[in-house]
Write a protein of this length. Structure first.
Ligand code: IPM
Ligand code: MG
Length: 367
């Protein structure tokens, strides 16, 4: 049976367009070999949209996303737009509204350090021998990012600013189920990260995780305070399997995880809404790294994170698991055979240093 899917491509700023071009070529190749079609439309977002229309998330872009099964996102932002009012900046004016609008509460951020790339990690080699594979599940539409009240006022002539860290039990339950389900497909170990020794929202978080654990008796649940988790991640990354945490803690820990993996340019991410009856969810898929304005347009950026984001999209939103696996295997083979973009090159003899296009070609040839 041949399926017809629809996606919206938002390449954005910086290296976004050049790495997206490689992902799109890979998509065309798996369409042919795996027997499905993906109708795709490309739209403006971020700084590129500001320059063209004055807004980082123009209405036509949002409408195009509403008609699609998923969004393949590049990256947004850059120095050119940094001094605009907050709501008109690429990150806060496009990324956060997209997450909220589509209810993308579950953010999956894999932090994988392949054995072949451990030397690219800034962590001492003896601490990461053999590499590691951690999945960070971050709550993405709640907590202090969106909690009310929020804002600034004056008290006795002095400026005061506040944010509210707030969670409803139902919000914790649904992200917990996503994390437990992910753990079931892996080593069945789930670490919940909170600050239950200080924060009321964390106490509810921990209670709820313990309750939901009863639905997943095979998964071993443990808890850690976020400050300790930040330390343990560097000290023994190999001991983690799946980590679940609230929005702000997840923002911070997922950057730490990306850094210690030594390959930010390799890491994809998925932001998912509620699953339908087929187990598929609307989602937005983007590289974990940013728009990297310093190397934009030079043809040296690593396209792997964008290509692996496409693989996640195929798996979680389109149900094309075989195509996703084919892409992931082709990427693994490409790395194994020594192809390296500048970010992961270390000058070892078996390495071939290549640019964005050639890296895409190498993956394409191994599909
Ligand atoms: C991320 C980013 C965003 C966040 C910013 C750009 C708003 O850091 O996706 O991790 O804080 O969520
Ligand atoms: Mg972040």
């Amino acid at each position: 049976m041949s399926h017809k899917h629809r996606i919206t491509i938002l390449a954005g700023d910086g290296i976004g367009p050049e790495v997206m071009a490689e992902a799109v070529r890979i998509l065309a190749a798996v369409e042919c070999t795996c027997g499905f079609t993906v109708a795709r439309t490309e739209h403006l977002v971020g700084g590129a949209a500001i320059d063209a229309t004055g807004h980082p998330l123009p209405p036509e872009t949002l409408q195009a996303c509403e008609k699609a099964d998923a969004i393949l996102f590049g990256s947004v932002g850059g120095p050119k737009w940094e001094n605009l009012p907050p709501d008109l900046q690429p990150e806060r004016g496009a990324l956060l509204p997209l997450r909220k609008h589509f209810g993308l509460f579950a953010n999956l951020r894999p932090g994988i350090c392949l054995p072949a790339l451990t030397h690219a990690s800034p962590v001492k080699q003896e601490l990461i021998a053999g590499g590691f594979d951690v999945l960070c599940v971050r709550e993405l539409t709640g907590g202090v990012y969106f909690g009310a009240p929020k804002g600034r006022h004056e008290e006795n002539g002095e400026p005061v600013a506040l944010d509210t860290m707030i969670y409803k039990k139902s919000e914790i339950e649904r992200i917990a189920r996503v994390a437990f389900t992910a753990a079931m497909g892996r080593k069945k170990r789930l670490l919940s990260v909170d600050k239950a020794n200080v924060l009321a929202s964390s106490v509810l978080w921990r209670e709820t995780l313990i309750e939901i654990a009863r639905e997943f008796p095979e998964v071993e649940l443990s808890h850690m305070y976020v400050d300790n988790a930040a330390m343990q991640l560097i000290r023994r990354p190999g001991s983690f399997d799946v980590l679940v945490t609230e929005n702000l803690f997840g923002d911070i820990l997922s950057d730490e995880l990306a850094m210690i993996s030594g390959s930010l340019g390799m890491l994809p991410s998925a932001s998912l809404g509620t699953c339908n009856s087929n187990g598929l969810a609307f989602g937005m898929y983007e590289p974990s790294g940013g728009s990297a304005p310093d190397i934009a347009g030079l043809g040296v950026a690593n396209p792997v994170a964008q290509i692996l984001s496409l693989a996640m999209l195929l798996r979680f939103s389109l149900g094309e698991g075989a195509a996703a696996e084919a892409i992931e295997n082709a990427v693994a083979l490409t790395i194994q055979e020594g192809f390296r973009t500048a970010d992961i090159a270390t000058g070892l003899p078996h390495e071939t240093q290549v640019g964005t296009r050639a890296m895409g070609e190498a993956v394409l040839a191994r599909l």
